[in-house]
Design a protein around this ligand. Structure first.
Ligand code: HEM
Length: 519
């Protein structure tokens, strides 16, 4: 699926690179700053610079960034998330705006307060910054069909659906889907970011949405296409002007309706044919959710459940393929693991793995080497902004920063993950950095935030780990693998990671995997 950045239109008049803009001098910059200052005053962003915090310290609304355009605000954000947030918040947190959205770019020092905060809303922060969901009022959101109260309840349902006891009962189906996709590929060259996305999506649909939809590959691919369309229609315009019912928003409405129709038809079919108690959809129906609520839940969960895993799992395989010594160590580790359950190597892999229980895959220490390889792939590749919305009517304090009502606070994970004061050679893939003696992630608090920390840890970590280890095992045990470019030319290293995307994204240049039968 395309990442958001690839579909951004970058009008050259409005969007010089951030660096150029920061270095610009003279009248243009001065006038920009003056107008921005006036605009920000008008928006009330600078309404109180210093307020007394409950702990006696002085907390304040951060100063307004000079990296901005009149009225529209810091459009530079859209053309390079890290370039903008890093430059803007390098010396301390700053305020900025994106049309009517009030925002704060948080600096490295504010991260503990950001991750520990429980008063702001993360789901709404993402909804606004990624998809252009209106942040006007709760009533308005309800009017356009977004029930803000489902946010909190969704986590309860998701947690129930991916709990161990439930997933265990589904293992034969999950194995079958994974094997159907990954088997029989010897002699082919695949785009792993497409192939893995399809299978991960199917596993997620099966586990969180509906067994019937997952059983039908065409229905699954149709839903995946809707997500792709939603992704393409989430443009800076939909973020900046959520009230503008332009072509992109119309398209998003149309796609949501299509998604809704699929869910409604599945529910109606079920009513005709009788109930299926083991199904996630039946679980949601029994919990009293309406068709529209199930649709909202499914869209949110399929997005969250797929977005990161569908990039991280194939990236791990590519990172292993470009580091042959790790690839062979991980192969040995997987072989030893499988042999614990079925040591007969003459049997097909499919048969050998199918008795392995879910919790064995996620048992801490089951794959010491693969675990640190995964952690390193996540550290290197999760370089994106995280968001929180103050959806209350009171100021919220994050350390020395005051986040006023209606303001979105964003922290970019690269402040820690790609910080050379914390991680040696941060752009190199080096799983040894986590081993005893080095333990670079323990050098400073909240240095590794790849699974979330504090108040918002990832709810899907175990399920995502299972999916990633299963697909990695199938790929590296069935095939000899080589990373190649789109022309089939071997690559000895992965393209540099692009930190300017709004979400975790595939590499900026195409990467393929050449698969041959293992000797
Ligand atoms: C390799 C795959 C994954 C990675 C790297 C990952 C990473 C993260 C991170 C960094 C956060 C914290 C975000 C923040 O602080 O704003 C998070 C939160 C979350 N993740 Fe994951 N995630 C992955 C897979 C999944 C899956 C498969 C699911 C669900 C099936 C899931 C569900 C969630 C949810 C619901 C939250 C929000 C928790 C909250 O706000 O309290 N994630 N994840």
């Amino acid at each position: 699926m395309t990442n958001h950045t690839s579909m951004l239109v970058a009008p050259s008049i409005l969007a010089p690179s951030t660096v150029n803009h920061v270095n610009a001098n003279g009248a243009a910059l001065l006038s920009t700053m003056v107008v921005a200052l006036v605009a920000s005053l008008a928006m009330g962003l600078l309404r109180r610079q210093k307020v007394g915090a409950t702990d006696g310290s002085l907390a304040s609304i951060p100063p307004y960034t000079p990296i901005t355009y009149p009225f529209l605000g810091s459009l530079q954000y859209f053309f390079g998330h890290w370039d903008f947030l890093k430059t803007a918040a390098e010396k301390g947190s700053v305020s900025f705006h994106l049309a009517s959205h009030k925002c704060i770019a948080l600096s490295l020092e504010t991260r503990q307060a950001f991750f520990s905060d429980f008063k702001t809303d993360s789901a709404l922060g993402y909804a606004i910054m990624l998809a252009g969901t209106p942040n006007l009022s709760k009533d308005f959101m309800k009017a356009v069909g977004i029930d803000v109260t489902l946010g909190g309840r969704s986590y309860k349902y998701l947690t129930a659906l991916i709990r161990k006891e439930r997933v265990i009962t589904n293992m034969p189906i999950l194995y079958a889907y994974a094997y159907t996709q990954m088997g029989g590929l010897a002699g082919t060259t695949i785009d792993p970011f497409d192939t893995f996305r399809e299978v991960i999506f199917r596993l997620t649909v099966n586990t969180t949405t509906s067994l019937n939809v997952a059983a039908d590959p065409d229905a699954c691919n149709a839903l995946l296409k809707i997500f792709h369309g939603l992704d393409l229609a989430a443009t800076p315009v939909t973020v900046l002007f959520p009230w503008f019912f332009g072509p992109d928003r119309m398209r998003r409405f149309y796609l949501m309706k299509q998604f809704y129709n699929t869910i409604r038809n599945t529910i109606n079919e079920r009513k005709l044919k009788g109930r299926n108690d083991d199904d996630p959809m039946q679980f949601l129906i029994d919990e009293g959710l309406s068709t529209i609520e199930i649709t909202q839940f499914a869209i949110a969960v399929l997005f969250t459940g797929n977005a990161n895993t569908a990039v991280i799992a194939p990236a791990l395989v590519c990172d292993l393929a470009t580091h042959p010594s790790y690839l062979s160590q991980v192969r040995e580790e997987i072989e030893a693991f499988i042999s614990l359950f079925n040591a007969d190597t003459s049997l097909p892999l499919k048969t050998r793995i199918q008795t392995i229980a879910y919790d064995e895959w996620i048992r801490p220490g089951a794959f010491p080497i693969m675990e640190r390889c995964l952690k390193e792939t996540i550290r290197l590749r999760v370089g994106t902004p995280l968001h929180r919305l103050n959806h209350t009517d009171k100021d919220i304090q994050m350390g020395s920063v005051i986040v006023p009502p209606g303001t979105i606070a964003s922290f970019h994970t690269s402040f820690v993950h790609h910080n050379e004061d914390i991680f040696t050679a941060p752009f190199e893939w080096d799983p040894e950095r986590f081993t005893q003696g080095r333990e670079e992630d323990k050098k400073s608090p909240m240095a590794f935030v790849g699974w979330g920390v504090g108040r918002h840890p990832c709810l899907g970590q175990k399920f995502a780990t299972f999916e990633t280890f299963l697909l990695t095992a199938l790929t590296v045990m069935l095939y000899d693998i080589e990373v190649v470019d789109q022309h089939g030319k071997g690559l000895i290293e992965m393209p540099p990671v692009d930190l300017n995307n709004p979400v975790v994204s595939p590499p900026p240049t195409p990467v393929h995997l050449k698969l041959s039968a293992r000797a």
